[in-house]
Write a protein that binds this ligand. Structure first.
Ligand code: ZN
Ligand code: FE
Ligand code: FE
Ligand code: ZN
Length: 272
C-alpha cells in the first residue's frame, strides 16, 4: 500500500467523526501511505446542513489543525482539502469562498436530494416512499451541475445512493450516468474510488466496476479515498480498491497539490 494516497479523511470538527487529526496521520504512517489529504465537510453557510459540519467560525481551527501536521517530516505528506457539497444555489458562495482558502484538493459531493439527506441512516426510511429510479436520476442531475460548475477537482462516492441497497435497473443507471461522466470529463475532473461503501450496508466500493469502466473510457483520472470518520478507517479497503482499478484497466492515479493534478503509476502487484 506504500506510495498510495488517502484523499478522503474527516476530523471531529464535522461532529460525526472520532479521533484527533494527528491520530489519522499516525494511522497513515503505520500503513506506509505517502500522502493523506484531509477533506472534512465544508463549513455551513446560509443555514445549509449545520448538523453534519463545522460552523464557519471553526474553519480557522480546521486550517490550523492541518497546518500543524504539515511539518515537513517523514511521510505521509499532509494535504489541505475539503469535501464541498454541491447543492441547489451553492455556486455563488463556493465561487467566492473556495479559491481564497488555499486548498490542495476540493472534493465535490452530493449528499442531499430536494433537502433529503438520502445517505443519512436517520433518513433511510424515506427510500421506501420514493421512486428509486427518479431519485437516482435527480442525484445524477445534481452531479451534472456539480461538474458544469467547474468548482471542484473530483467527484466523491459517485454512486452513493446505493448505500442502503436501493438501486435502479442497470440499463437505467448507465443511461443516467453517461451525461454526468461526459460533463466530468469535459471539466477535466477526477473521480475517487471510495472504500467507505465496504463498511456500509451495500458492502461495495463506490463506484461499481461498471461505472468505473465508463469513467476510464472517458479518460477520467482516479484517486483513492477511505472517507475515514475514525483513524482506524484510514486506508481501509485499499487493496481491493487497487485491484478494482487495475482490473478495470487503469494504470495510473492522480496526485494533486494546490489543485493541480498529475498522474502517477499505480503501485505494482505485490504492493511495490
Ligand atoms: Zn461525514
Ligand atoms: Fe460524502
Ligand atoms: Fe466524506
Ligand atoms: Zn464522504
Amino acid at each position: 500500500m506504500s506510495r498510495l494516497s488517502d484523499y478522503h479523511i474527516h476530523t471531529p470538527l464535522c461532529k460525526h467523526a472520532t479521533g484527533e487529526a494527528g491520530e489519522y496521520k499516525d494511522a497513515a504512517t503505520g500503513l506506509g501511505l505517502s500522502e493523506i489529504c484531509f477533506t472534512d465537510h465544508m463549513p455551513s453557510s446560509g443555514g445549509y446542513d449545520p448538523e453534519h459540519r463545522m460552523p464557519m467560525e471553526a474553519f480557522p481551527v480546521y486550517r490550523d489543525m492541518i497546518q500543524s501536521l504539515q511539518d515537513g517530516g517523514p511521510p505521509p505528506r499532509v494535504l489541505f482539502g475539503i469535501e464541498a457539497d454541491y447543492y441547489e444555489g451553492c455556486e455563488d458562495f463556493l465561487r467566492e469562498w473556495l479559491p481564497r482558502q488555499g486548498f490542495d484538493f476540493v472534493l465535490g459531493s452530493v449528499h442531499f436530494i430536494d433537502g433529503w439527506g438520502f445517505d443519512n441512516p436517520e433518513e433511510r426510511h424515506v427510500w421506501d416512499s420514493v421512486d428509486v429510479t427518479v431519485t437516482w436520476r435527480k442525484y445524477f442531475e445534481a452531479v451534472w451541475r456539480l461538474a458544469d460548475s467547474g468548482l471542484f477537482d473530483a467527484v466523491g462516492h459517485l454512486d452513493l445512493p446505493k448505500k442502503f441497497g436501493y438501486r435502479p435497473k442497470e440499463g437505467d443507471l448507465r443511461e443516467m450516468v453517461r451525461p454526468a461522466l461526459d460533463r466530468m470529463a469535459d471539466a477535466g475532473m477526477g473521480m475517487e474510488i471510495n472504500t467507505a461503501g465496504l463498511r456500509k450496508p451495500v458492502g461495495e466500493i463506490y463506484p461499481s466496476p461498471e461505472l468505473l469502466s465508463m469513467a476510464l473510457k472517458r479518460g477520467i483520472p482516479i484517486c483513492f479515498g477511505s472517507d475515514a470518520h475514525s483513524p482506524s478507517d484510514v486506508g481501509s479497503g485499499f487493496d481491493l480498491a487497487i485491484s478494482l482499478a487495475r482490473e478495470t484497466g487503469y494504470t495510473h492515479y492522480f496526485k494533486i497539490r494546490q489543485r493541480k493534478k498529475r498522474l502517477v503509476p499505480l503501485p505494482g502487484r505485490g504492493g511495490a
